[in-house]
Design a protein around this ligand. Structure first.
Ligand code: AR6
Length: 170
């Protein structure tokens, strides 16, 4: 199946690219961003320094360095501000721009974390619905050419996945 929702530490996944939920500086932070920088090693920060940051909803690509993944796609999710500040559209564009970069770099497998659903405070079930809908739209346009996983952290997140997408959640 081209899209699955799994419980995993995204830094361990053996895929062509993983997506990082970064901030607009692209210079590292907490959450999954911190975990990815720790696992990839110091060279990642050196490459990130050359990128000039990234706007919310955008995405930029780097090498994966010490990760099993060949590439890291850094995207900047919106901070949740109640839902009336274009958050849903910005979150959708994080997935769309990340998918486009993966496609342009010939990636056949890709893993996403649940962008914006941690420190940035996006309601988790809503964030998951946007992730699944946007990825499925991409897959149906591109003919299911990529294997994609959403890697969730922890049993609480998997419970939300089983409630909303029992057919996709492992
Ligand atoms: N693997 C998979 N998912 C993870 C991992 C991991 N190793 N670690 C955390 N998560 P967050 P955001 C989950 O806060 O909300 C950083 O400081 C986590 O449980 O990482 O987009 C950046 O620099 C949550 O469900 O990202 C920004 O400043 C999801 O990943 C800010 O946080 C996203 O949580 C971005 O906040």
């Amino acid at each position: 199946m081209p899209l699955r929702i799994i419980k995993a530490d995204i830094t361990t996944l053996n895929v062509d690219a993983i997506v990082n939920a970064a901030n607009s500086t692209l210079l590292g932070g907490g959450g999954v961003d911190g975990a990815i920088h720790r696992a990839a090693g110091k060279e990642l920060l050196e490459e990130c320094k050359t990128l000039g940051g990234c706007r919310t909803g955008g995405a930029k690509i780097t090498k994966g360095y010490n990760l099993p993944a060949k590439f890291i796609i850094h995207t900047v999710g919106p901070k949740w501000g109640g839902g009336k500040h274009g958050e849903a559209g910005l979150l959708r564009s994080c997935y769309e721009n990340s998918l486009r970069l993966a496609e342009n770099n010939a990636c056949k497998s890709l893993a996403f974390p649940l962008i914006s659903a941690g420190i940035y405070g996006y309601p988790k079930a809503d964030a998951l619905k946007i992730a699944v809908n946007t990825i499925q739209d991409f897959l149906s346009r591109s003919g299911d050419e990529m294997d994609i996983v959403i890697a969730l952290f922890g049993d609480d997140m998997m419970k939300i996945a089983h409630e909303n997408f029992p057919e996709l959640a492992e």
